[in-house]
Write a protein that binds this ligand. Structure first.
Ligand SMILES: Cc1cc2nc3c(=O)[nH]c(=O)nc-3n(C[C@H](O)[C@H](O)[C@H](O)COP(=O)(O)OP(=O)(O)OC[C@H]3O[C@@H](n4cnc5c(N)ncnc54)[C@H](O)[C@@H]3O)c2cc1C
Length: 387
């Protein structure tokens, strides 16, 4: 017997109705408060069946398509509701565990990842291995039924609050660097792990240095095969790029709408200020239309279930630039008053736009820098020689 897949229109109507009733939470500015509220929000979304929409039912998801997932993201953002806290698990490492994981790993880890009971972090970057990720040096040696892990990661988002880490380690030093990497799933409460938060320019302490001192990780926590972690890592990064682009596009569009609404509510500011506001909003709007055109192709790839491709780098590159254009145009309108808490220059909420502007500076770094996306496009899409 075949079951009918819910149409996108019906799904959208159902999502919109639920969000209208759900009273999305107010998100506090402080990190601990934000974490708590967004974790509870993930639980509410999970219990109502809005988490893991495109994940298989066996993995605890809803068994719908990526298009259904995208429709829900659009409705969530348009309802001004926050994202769940566990996006690294849901959008970045979880799909790789679902695809490459053993039965035990999928059964043991994915349900709690979806519900928000377990928060995941991504332990890829190291002090000397960011763009050149394959140079990573955190070592894991086999000892009986365990790996013993020693080394350091950096910029690990939410590491100090996470229960699990998707960790890239070197397990063979005698082969070319990509060939000696393995992908471990590490319990963050294991003895020998220390996290040290780093303050970002937004003032948040969202990411960390993480130190591993002879940490024992059971062999059953190896994802995929020994020394074959590199291709899984490429899957994780590809999924991260595609997912982030689609979500951030809608978030930037809604942010621009909110800025226009705030400017309108304030009314006329004099001809010069109004001319500047019109020009800034126009530039941000044009940038978003370019991203919109590009991501139509991403949507087509999603419908075809094409999986991560080097074309995701074109999306990520455009997103990096356009996100920064949108928020710097809005922040530019704040003028010096952006530094005054609670101020409303031209009707704009200074804290929100100053924070968005500062956070947008990270867009061209996380998930692979803009320069690295250009390298991927040049080498893998255009076939140009390696630099
Ligand atoms: C907000 C935020 C959250 C993050 N969260 C995580 C996380 O959760 N987990 C994680 O593992 N990492 C995370 N990162 C780290 C991120 O992935 C790295 O910062 C990124 O890959 C760049 O590495 P790097 O910082 O070592 O810079 P480097 O690689 O040292 O690069 C420095 C500069 O040199 C340029 N460059 C380097 N190599 C080349 C080249 N071959 N050609 C041209 N230019 C080049 C880069 O583009 C960059 O401008 C996060 C970063 C940010 C900003």
């Amino acid at each position: 017997m075949t079951t009918q897949v819910e149409s996108l229109d019906s799904f959208r109507t159902r999502a919109r109705a639920w969000l209208a009733e759900a009273e999305p939470p107010h998100v506090p500015l402080d990190l601990d408060g934000r974490f708590k509220v967004l974790r509870q929000w993930q639980k509410s979304l999970f219990e109502a069946g809005w988490i893991g929409i495109a994940w298989s039912k066996e993995a605890g998801g809803q068994g719908l398509s990526h298009m259904h997932q995208l429709v829900f993201v659009e409705e969530l953002v348009r309802a001004r509701a926050p994202q769940p806290i566990g996006l690294i698990g849901l959008d970045v490492v979880g799909p790789s565990i679902d695809l490459y994981g053993s039965d035990w790993q999928r059964a043991e880890l994915l349900p709690r990842l979806l519900s928000g009971d377990d928060i995941w972090c991504q332990g890829f970057s190291e002090p000397s291995a960011g763009s050149d990720l394959a140079s990573l040096r955190t070592r894991a040696v086999v000892d009986g039924d365990d790996f013993v892990v020693s080394g350091q990661k950096v910029w690990t988002s939410w590491a100090h609050m996470a229960q699990w880490c998707a960790l890239l380690v070197r397990t063979d030093t005698s082969v070319r660097k990509q060939a000696g990497i393995s992908y471990l799933l590490v319990d963050m409460t294991s003895p020998g792990i220390t996290t040290s938060p780093i303050e970002q320019m937004t003032g948040d302490r969202e990411f960390c240095e993480v130190f591993f001192d002879e940490v024992r990780v059971p062999r059953q926590n190896l994802l995929g095969s020994l020394n074959e972690g590199w291709s899984i890592a490429m899957h994780t990064l590809g999924t991260e790029r595609a997912g982030a682009t689609l979500r951030r596009r809608v978030e930037c569009e809604v942010a621009l709408d909110d800025a226009v609404t705030q400017l309108r509510q304030r009314g006329a500011n004099g001809p010069e200020a109004d001319r500047r506001a019109r020009a800034a909003i126009g530039r941000a709007h044009v940038a978003l239309r370019v991203l919109d055109a590009q991501t139509r192709q991403t949507t087509a790839r999603l419908i075809a279930d094409a999986g991560p491709t080097p074309v995701d780098s074109v999306d990520k590159l455009l997103l990096n630039e356009i996100e920064q254009i949108v928020f710097s145009e809005i922040a530019g309108l704040l003028g010096p008053l952006r530094a005054v808490p609670g101020s409303r220059p031209h009707g704009l909420q200074s804290e929100r736009w100053a924070h968005e502007h500062l956070y947008s500076r990270a867009a061209s770094i996380y998930g692979g820098t803009s320069q690295i996306q250009r390298n991927i496009i040049a080498e893998r899409l255009l076939g140009l020689p390696r630099g």
